[in-house]
Structures are given as C-alpha cells and as structure tokens.
Design a protein around this ligand. Structure first.
Ligand code: ZN
Length: 187
C-alpha cells in the first residue's frame, strides 16, 4: 500500500510545482517551472526521461495544462465540494497522448509513444490512470484552506482529511506570526 502511495506522491508533487500557498495577501503563488529546463529537471529526477532527452517550450505548455487539469480532477470530500470535480479538462489533455500497452507479469503498463518531455508527461498521465484503476485516486486531495490549496495524500484511515500536512500549514502560520512580530518590533 505504501508503494502505491508513492505514485500519488509523484502526482501531488507534479501539481504542487505550481505552489498556490499564499505567503501574503494577493500572492499569486510560485511557479517552479519557468523555463523548459525546470520541467526537464523534474522529469529527470523521477527518471521519467533520460538526461539527453530534450524538453521544449511546447512540452512546458503541455505540462502546465496537464497540471491544471489534474488539480481540477482531484476529488474532494463529498461534504466539501463533491460535484464540482471536473474531469473534462483532464480527458481533453489526455487525448493529446498516445500509448502502447506493454504486457508484464507484474501488471500491464501504458507506454507513452512520444519522445522527450512529452514522453515524460505521458508517464505522469499513465500513473494517474494506474492510481485511478487501483481506486487510490480519492486519497489525493487539495487542502481546504483557501490560502493553501496544497495537494496532499490523505493517509487517514477513513480517508476524509480536509487539510494538508500540518507541517506545511503550520510553518506558514509560523512565518506569518514571525512577520507580524518583526513588523511590530520595527514600528
Ligand atoms: Zn494546507
């Protein structure tokens, strides 16, 4: 089971590369992928592409599209937003990918039929497919705090967690308190 959650962690990390946590009022968030090279490093880190594989501007645009669509497709608790879950953008992005089926003893795999960055993104989408098939997708969540929206894995037994790891939200609160304090001490 922990092995399966690792797949979700990769997807959460993918989505969190556009970090929407607000550090100040009106903070638009932090984009980790500014140039194609940033995406390349991300894909290399998880061995979804080899070092010499090229990553283009259009790969970067596709990555951002896939990322936004994935965020839309995350299922929140029914008592949060329920029917708002929108998988249509994800289905639309998915149509841009082609796959072969690789038959393997320990579970068949979708093999993206692309080169370079797009191949790497194809692996991400294949992982989403796998997680959904395994019924694990409901474990990936968006933090309910409007100024957070961090994507996290809900490991709680009932699977009804609404908030991201307290360490992330907790640090944020601490930073805010620190800024408040230093502002007070300066004045
Ligand atoms: Zn949070």
């Amino acid at each position: 089971m922990e092995q399966d959650y690792q797949g979700l962690e990769i997807i959460a990390d993918f989505i969190n590369t556009y970090d929407r946590r607000m550090r100040y009022e009106g903070d638009p968030g932090t984009e980790c992928w500014v140039v194609p090279e940033d995406l390349k490093h991300w894909l290399q880190n998880i061995h979804y592409i080899a070092g010499e594989e090229p990553v283009s501007e259009s790969d970067l645009a596709l990555a951002r599209k896939l990322r936004a669509a994935l965020r839309n497709a995350i299922e929140l608790n029914p008592h949060d937003r329920g029917p708002d879950v929108d998988v249509e953008p994800l289905e639309k992005v998915a149509r841009e990918f082609k796959y072969a089926i690789r038959l393997e003893d320990n579970g068949d795999k979708l093999e993206p039929l692309h080169q370079g960055g797009k191949q790497g993104l194809g692996h991400v989408l294949a992982l989403v497919y796998e997680m959904r098939r395994k019924g694990l997708w409901r474990r990936i969540r968006v933090c309910s705090a409007p100024d957070c929206q961090w994507v996290f894995i809900d490991r709680s037994r009932p699977g009804t967690g609404k908030w991201c790891l307290m360490s992330a939200c907790g640090n944020r609160a601490k930073n805010r308190a620190y800024r408040e304090r230093s502002r007070v001490s300066r004045s």
